[in-house]
Design a protein around this ligand. Structure first.
Ligand code: DC
Length: 227
């Protein structure tokens, strides 16, 4: 079977990870949540009591951080289970600063490329199709209206027992979209060869089916080319 690399990018809370996880499971691919890596780094800076807006103070930790993404979704930072902590609003509110620092991006991108080097993967993030895996076989840019995304993230947090308000989530989503798409290095943007999927009025199952259809179509094209 040929190795397939799928990149899913898009703004905050567009439902990328929910859908990517299901698609990966159905197709037997490895799912890589790159946002979790930026979140774990952010968590670590906060644990160290460092201001995430302080570039110089944050970048030094590239020398002491190890981040591990387990197959069951567990995220370890220096062997501490941070799976739940990295989803807290305080981490969400600071992660875009951390993700704007080039030194930290280069450190994490190197690991992301290694993770995608030998198996079929679905990797989601902001710069996967444009920077991390520019040769990905399938590139999807998943979007939804800000209001829809805020409601989705709010309901997800509440179901996980994470306290928040809808207003707070909508503000966070807008702020992160702005910082993520205006940073200098590898900003959030749609790759020229990506397929845009507006999921505002789609259910999770519909998005999963649409992505699997896109992947299968691409595999068929590649196999025809190989033949
Ligand atoms: O996907 P997420 O909301 O968990 O991502 C958290 C933050 O990390 C997001 O605001 C931007 C940043 N990020 C990034 O800059 N590049 C990626 N490949 C993934 C996430």
């Amino acid at each position: 079977m040929r190795r397939v690399v799928v990149a899913i990018d898009g703004p905050a809370a567009a439902g990328k990870s929910t859908v990517a996880k299901i698609v990966a499971k159905k197709l037997g691919y490895t799912y890589i949540d790159t946002g979790a890596m930026y979140r774990a780094y952010t968590w670590y800076c906060m644990e160290k009591g460092v201001d995430c807006e302080d570039h110089d103070a944050c970048i030094v930790f590239v020398n002491e951080i190890t981040i591990e993404l387990k197959a069951d979704g567990t995220v370890l930072c220096n062997n501490i289970d941070v799976t739940r902590a990295i989803r807290e609003p305080r981490v969400s509110a600071n992660v875009s600063y951390i993700a704007s620092y080039k030194e930290i991006r280069l450190f994490l991108v190197e690991q992301q490329r290694k993770l995608a080097a030998s198996t079929s993967v679905i990797m989601d993030g902001r710069d996967i199709g444009t920077y991390v895996l520019p040769d990905a076989d399938v590139k999807i840019y998943q979007i939804a209206s800000v209001e829809t995304r805020a409601v989705r993230r709010y309901e997800e947090n509440i179901s996980k027992g994470i306290e928040c308000t809808l207003e707070e989530i909508e503000l966070d989503v807008r702020k992160r979209d702005y910082i993520d798409s205006h940073r200098d290095f590898a900003p959030l943007k749609c790759a020229a060869d990506a397929i845009t999927l507006d999921t505002s009025y789609m259910s999770i199952d519909e998005v999963v089916d649409a992505i699997i259809e896109i992947i299968n179509k691409k595999i068929k094209e590649l196999e025809e080319k190989d033949a």
